[in-house]
Ligand binder design. Structure first.
Ligand SMILES: NC(=O)c1ccc[n+]([C@@H]2O[C@H](COP(=O)([O-])OP(=O)(O)OC[C@H]3O[C@@H](n4cnc5c(N)ncnc54)[C@H](O)[C@@H]3O)[C@@H](O)[C@H]2O)c1
Length: 329
């Protein structure tokens, strides 16, 4: 089997969740690593035995042995990287959030369609058994409908400063929350409106870091996020994603971890089992699926449509700031 040549664009934190799954395979190999930080590109090559590195995206994309680009830059640079990769005819895996605005996402989608290349977005929950099981039992009506999915978290947020820059990362209500908006859409269907009241606790940053976003779905289901990345560290509030549950007319779903979801109904507690993903297995399955799409031309499980619609919710949540608002979608 000929090996698909992979080029990394951005070699920071999340790329380490992808790169191990592209080493030692029969169907793909990493050919080149690109990062604006030379040290990061070189460190990648040392760790994964990748033969080439560069600090120029244009140089990476000009390589004939690069068939696909895995884009792991700060979000504000996703659009330019995707447009250039599509123009070079490369298949594309782009980390979430797809981009910082719906217009940018749509331009990326149009470019990839015109070039006839795959565009997969890094919504890794689509490959995680726990999230899939949650969807299944809500859709089967185990706790009735409509439901309210609540999520509370508090901490210092992401490790690098760009996450707190309004233009590059946008803070928690797009960066982290886009996974949740996407998953809620996957369970409930399209959103009807977003109710938001977000503000900033941190000083010296531009993105809103703290507040509440409520997403109301046409189905009547509701998602409530009360999140903060504005604290001095972790352990100051409820840790990210630790406190969430789903409430329905017949009962509730809790997340004890491991291979179970806990469902409380009128007749008592039910433990719903699933095969737990170990390590970063879901990232492996995500990359396997991307390579399969590259080979077959099939549409990705999480593609441009998912990226655009989750960004639409995030953009609505961020469109006001510093005052409560209801935004119809
Ligand atoms: N799927 C997930 O669960 C998940 C988790 C974390 C981050 N992410 C997303 O992945 C992306 C990267 O996040 P991260 O945590 O790896 O950030 P990071 O700050 O750890 O790494 C970013 C890397 O990109 C490099 N870079 C900056 N500008 C660049 C450019 N123009 N071209 C090439 N390289 C550039 C930086 O030097 C750095 O090495 C973001 O969009 C983020 O939201 C996804």
């Amino acid at each position: 089997m000929s090996k698909l040549g992979i080029g990394f664009i951005g070699c920071g934190g999340i790329h380490h969740a992808h790169a191990p799954h592209l080493v030692g395979r029969d169907d793909a190999r990493i050919v080149c690593a690109m990062d604006v930080n030379e040290a990061a590109a070189k460190a990648h090559c040392e760790k994964y035995a990748t033969p080439h590195w560069t600090t120029s995206r244009t140089e990476l994309l000009a390589r004939d042995d690069v068939d696909a680009g895995v884009i792991c830059t700060p979000t504000g640079f996703h659009k330019e990287a995707v447009l250039e990769a599509a123009a070079a005819g490369k298949q594309i895996f782009c980390e979430k959030p797809m981009a910082m605005s719906v217009a940018d996402c749509e331009a990326m989608d149009a470019a990839c369609r015109a070039a006839g290349v795959v565009l997969q977005i890094g919504f890794v929950r689509h490959f995680c058994n726990e999230w899939l099981k949650l969807r299944e039992i809500i859709q089967e009506g185990m706790i009735g409908r409509p439901v309210q999915w609540r999520s509370v978290s508090g901490g210092s947020g992401a490790p690098t400063p760009w996450f707190f820059d309004k233009e590059l990362g946008g803070g928690p209500f797009i960066d982290g929350a886009v996974h949740s908006y996407d998953w809620a859409r996957f369970i409930f269907g399209e959103a009807a409106n977003v109710v938001t009241d977000i503000r900033k606790l941190k000083s010296g940053t531009t993105a809103w870091d703290t507040g509440t976003v409520i997403v109301n779905f046409a189905s009547g289901d509701q998602q409530v996020l009360m999140w903060s990345w504005g604290l001095p560290g972790f352990g100051y509030g409820v840790p990210a994603d630790d406190a969430h549950d789903v409430l329905g007319p017949l009962g509730s779903i809790m997340f004890p971890g491991g291979n179970q979801l806990k469902v409380n109904l009128e007749d008592g507690e039910h433990l719903v089992e699933f095969e737990a993903d170990t390590g970063n297995d879901w990232f492996r399955k995500q990359m396997d699926s991307f390579l399969e799409c590259c080979r077959t031309g099939e549409a990705p499980i999480a593609g441009a449509h998912e990226g655009i619609e989750a960004t639409r919710i995030a953009a609505a949540a961020l469109s006001v700031g510093d005052r409560p608002a209801i935004i119809e979608l």
